[in-house]
Design a protein. Structure first.
Length: 274
């Protein structure tokens, strides 16, 4: 769908609100830009971890699978690095809370997050797929069950940990998807189902270069679905976007939510959820 018009940020916010208010199944894709606003360093770009320190090994999962006991020993023995410390210290920002409010208003049907920081959950986002997993959760490699990390104590004398369910003997690892690891099929299926139903797609703080996540907005745009991009920088999706808001999510999203709420109240729309 072609760009509506060349607009200022104020105009783009109003255009985005109008489009969101009349849509019935909005799907959003959130990227590392949202986490950066909460103090978590990005991987790519200026000052990114990989830009500064180089990319990590691409065979992380193969290392885990070859000796999961040793992997767990190292995880328990070694202190968290700078990135892990930043993840643990981060708090949801105004953008996270705004997305949760869009869901509560009945506007945002589903959020696909590329981030592993748990901030969307902590902001009370309910309809959520964490496509790269969640650092604060654990996952069984056989049955796919997941648990909050704090609810799954790991015994350092009995490694690697195994699934506690009687019908499963799978090894448990961090829910974060490692390099070299396949994204769980159920995760990909949920994303595809939501994207197929969407009548409006939002991208927020994503560089749109990591696949398969970057394919979802591109596929939606190819079907003629309007695309809203919220990003202070130009991305690979900018030319496909119907509306572009050139602001950080923590600044743009609360203003978009305010404008959406105003429009719904004016129209007497009863979509708000309890």
């Amino acid at each position: 769908m072609p760009r509506m018009r060349e607009a200022t940020n104020d105009e783009a916010i109003e255009d985005a609100a109008a489009l969101l208010a009349r849509s019935r199944h909005v799907v959003a894709l959130a990227g590392a830009g949202m986490s950066k606003e909460s103090g978590i360093p990005t991987f790519r770009g200026e000052g990114g971890l990989w830009t500064t320190n180089g990319e990590p090994p691409m065979n992380q999962y193969q290392t885990f699978a070859a000796d999961p006991k040793r992997w767990w020993q190292r995880r328990l023995e070694e202190p968290a690095g700078a990135f892990g410390q930043a993840l643990d210290a981060a708090q949801p920002n105004a953008g996270h809370y705004a997305l949760a409010e869009l869901e509560q208003l009945g506007v945002l049907a589903h959020l696909i997050s590329q981030n592993v920081d748990d901030l969307h959950r902590r902001a009370r986002q309910r309809s959520l797929t964490e496509i790269h997993g969640n650092r604060h959760w654990m996952r069984c490699m056989m049955c796919g069950r997941r648990w909050p990390r704090l609810e799954f104590p790991v015994d350092p004398e009995d490694l690697p940990p195994h699934c506690p369910h009687e019908d499963c003997i799978g090894i448990v690892k961090s829910d974060t998807v490692m390099f070299g690891e396949m994204i769980p099929p159920t995760t990909l299926r949920r994303c595809s189902e939501e994207v197929w139903k969407t009548d409006c797609f939002m991208t927020i703080g994503t560089s749109a270069v990591v696949y398969p996540a970057a394919q979802y907005p591109a596929d939606a745009a190819a079907r003629g679905i309007p695309l809203i991009e919220v990003n202070p920088e130009q991305t690979a999706l900018t030319d496909l976007a119907t509306i572009v808001v050139r602001l950080p999510s923590g600044e743009a999203l609360p203003r978009i939510v305010q404008a959406v709420r105003r429009r719904l109240e004016s129209a007497g729309d009863g979509r708000e959820r309890a």
